[in-house]
Each structure stands twice: as C-alpha cells, then as structure tokens.
Design a binder for this molecule. Structure first.
Ligand code: AMP
Ligand code: MG
Length: 403
C-alpha cells in the first residue's frame, strides 16, 4: 500500500504544465500568467500632479510669498506651459507637471486671491509629484511568470493596454463512470439501479479547479464497453474514472487500462476513506481511477486530482494549507490508516474548534455536505480528548467571513 505522501509525490512528479495560450485580459482572471510581463514603457509615463492645486517653483515659496497664477492645466491636458519665476499654474490631479515647476501646493495648503496664491506651509522640491517611472520602470518584469491573475494584475496589465495575455491553458478532463447499476441523470432508476451522480460531482469539482470537464458516459461492466469508453477518455489531457477499481468480481478498470497501455504507478493508498485508488500514466496523460463510493470519490479528487490539475494549469501552490484545530469532545478510533474526518469547524478567539466528528459513515453523502473542513488523523493515534490538536484542511473559503 502506498502512503498518502508518496501517492501525492508520485502524482505531482508525473504531471507538468499542459501548454500556453493567449487569451483576452478578462479571461486571464484566475489563471496563471506563463511569461514575465515586461513593461513596455514607464508608469507613470510622465511626471504628474498627485493633487489638485498649483504647480510651483519650490524656491519661490518662502514664507509670505505671493505667486501669480499664469496657467491652468486640467487632467488630460497636453501642456506646453512654462512656470516662470514668481508664477504658478493651476493643476489638476494626474495632469503633467509644467516645465519650470518642481512641486505642487495642494489647494488646502494655499490661500487664494484674485489670480494669486500664498503657500501656507513650507514647500520642498518634489512635493506632491508622481515621477515618471516611479511605479513601474520600462523594461521591468511588472507581473512575474507564475503569478495568479487577480484584479490588481488586470489593473496593471490594462494600464499598459495588454489586450492578450499568455496563460497556461485549461486542461480537458475526461470523466468516465463505470457500473451496470448506473442510469444517466434524468432517468428514473429501476430496481437495483442508482443515478450516475459521480460524473456530475467530478465535473463540478473539475470546473471548480478552473479545468474543463468532458463527460464520456458510463462504461458497463464488460470488457468491450470498458475498452471503447476508456479509449475515448484517453484522448483528453487527463482521465478520471469512478468505481470498478476495487477487488469486486467485475472491477475491470485497472486491467482494461493496462491493456490500453496505461502504466500503473500505484494502486491502494493507506487512507480512509478512499483506499482503493489507482494512478497511472500513458505518456504525459495522467489517469486517476477513483473509488465509486461518492464520499470517497470526492475526497480522493480533492487530495490527489485537484493538486495535479492545478499544477498542469501552471499553479505552483497546489496543496491546501493545513492549520491546527482543537477538538471539542472525545474521540476514539481504530488505528491502521490515515483518516480524513469530515468535520464542522468554527472560529472562536482566533482558533479553529472542531466539533461533532462522530458520524463518519462513508455511506452517508450528507456527512460531506455538513462538513466545512477535513481533520487528518494519523494512522497510529487512537484516542483524542477535548483540547487535543488535530491537523485541518479548510474546505469552505467563507469560513472566516463575517455573517
Ligand atoms: P464500486 O467501486 O464499483 O464497488 O462501487 C462502490 C459504490 O459506489 C457502490 O455503492 C456503487 O453503487 C457506488 N457508485 C459507483 N459508481 C457510482 C456513480 N457513478 N455514482 C454514484 N454512486 C456510484
Ligand atoms: Mg462497480
């Protein structure tokens, strides 16, 4: 059996960024930029005023001085004004600093007369001027390769008029369910049948990572059906299968994948739930064979598939951070495997408190809906008391938000 850490390491070693495409600036949001963005010019492009006020020569602004206002420079102006000795230009925020001036006196620091002003405070050279290139210098890598594009990067890229942005492309993920008991969504299940919910659950999880799900359908529990649909799935960038990977009489996924040239890297991980997971590769194409139990399917996706998809889309931080949580109540369990408990966590006095981990029945999907975090309990520890520390993966990003 492969350990949790080894399984993740093997998977992440086998996958690499899938490729680069140029997309419209807004479509780059949430994706990783694949090249350094080199600033084509200085930002700001010229010295400009940081305030509404007067452009002045600082040397003229000794206490009690009165300056003549000889010009008006609004934002957007293309000013050829020159501020002569004893003079000033009325200037708006963002407008270019006129020749001769070396400081701006804000309105609130000036006493204004008829076409004149008196500075009320000492003025130093450079006051209230934004200098050319002080934000970004031409030639600088203003957004580094590997950065996640968020509104602040969009703002900067837009200020340089970047219409198209090179980003790692979204990976196409084929999803295939297996089992004679399955009927497609929308059909009424007959006796012994269940709806193929895993395909939808996996497609949702793939979408949430920013990848593109392709639903292949249901492979029936016979070799021909498995061969046909698995071959189809192997045409995507990634293949995920659900069920048929255990030791049941009709569990055909592993042997059919082998027949199709997929090299298995491991089968069975020392975790609970989700133990009977397999991973293989065909060339650069990773194949994840997840267990069919819906709780285990989503849990193994979260632990193994999500990090791989993120890495393939250029992300460098792909594992969820774990944080310490503190148990409220007692807990006893059997040792043997690393367990992922679906728990409810609340933030109290800046600490994560972990409540009601009692019901861990992997047959109950609702335990997943009620949980906002996973608690990772190491294989060898069997007893916990109130106040004991446990490692948590926070699943709900809204957990730390106010109501
Ligand atoms: P298996 O891995 O084939 O032994 O299936 C384990 C359990 O998962 C069984 O209870 C199946 O009915 C259930 N299951 C398998 N495939 C799906 C699916 N696509 N959607 C929902 N449940 C499934
Ligand atoms: Mg089955």
């Amino acid at each position: 059996m492969t350990s949790f850490e080894d399984a993740r390491r093997i998977i992440l070693q086998q996958v690499a960024p899938a490729g680069v495409e140029r997309v419209a600036l807004l479509d780059a949001v949430g994706r990783i930029i694949a090249e350094d963005f080199i600033a084509p010019r200085d930002m700001p492009p010229w010295d400009n005023s940081a305030m509404d006020g007067f452009a002045v020569r600082s040397a003229d602004c000794c206490p009690g001085a009165t300056l003549q206002v000889t010009d008006f420079i609004p934002a957007g102006a293309c000013s050829r004004a020159v501020v002569g000795e004893g003079c000033a230009a009325r200037i708006m925020t963002g407008a270019p600093i006129p020749l001769g001036a070396d400081a701006v006196v804000p309105f609130e620091s000036a006493a204004q007369g008829e076409g004149t002003l008196q500075p009320l405070r000492p003025v130093r050279p450079g006051d209230h001027i934004r200098f050319q290139g002080e934000d970004v210098a031409a030639g600088e890598a203003a957004v580094a390769r590997g950065t996640l594009i968020a509104p602040q990067q969009v703002s900067l890229l837009a200020s340089f008029s970047a219409v198209l942005v090179p980003v790692y492309r979204r990976v196409r993920v084929a999803i295939l369910s297996t089992g004679d008991e399955l009927v497609e969504l929308g059909k009424i299940p007959g006796e012994g049948q269940i709806v193929n919910s895993n395909t939808l659950a996996l497609a949702a999880a793939v979408k949430q990572c920013g990848a593109e799900p392709t639903i292949i359908g249901i492979a029936r529990d016979n070799r021909e059906s498995h061969l046909a649909l698995l071959s189809e799935g192997l045409r995507a960038d990634v293949l995920i299968t659900s069920a048929g990977v255990s030791v049941g009489d009709r569990d055909l996924v592993r042997e059919t994948l082998r027949e199709l040239g997929v090299e298995e890297q491991f089968w069975k991980i020392n975790i609970k739930p989700g133990g009977p997971t397999a991973f293989g590769v065909k060339g650069s194409l990773p194949v994840f064979s997840l267990p069919g139990n819906p709780v285990a399917t989503l849990l193994t996706f979260e632990q193994f598939v999500r990090p791989a998809l993120l890495k393939m889309m250029g992300h460098t931080r792909v594992l969820r951070r774990t944080v310490p949580g503190f148990l409220v109540g007692e807990l006893r369990r059997k040792s043997g495997r690393l367990s992922f408990l679906r728990v409810q966590v609340s933030v109290e006095d800046g600490r994560y408190l972990v409540r009601s981990p009692e019901d861990q029945n992997t047959g109950k999907l609702t335990t997943t809906l009620k949980a906002n975090a996973l608690a990772l309990l190491p294989a060898d520890r069997t007893e916990y008391r109130t106040g004991d520390q446990v490692e948590l993966q926070i699943l709900d990003p809204t957990l730390e938000m106010e109501e």
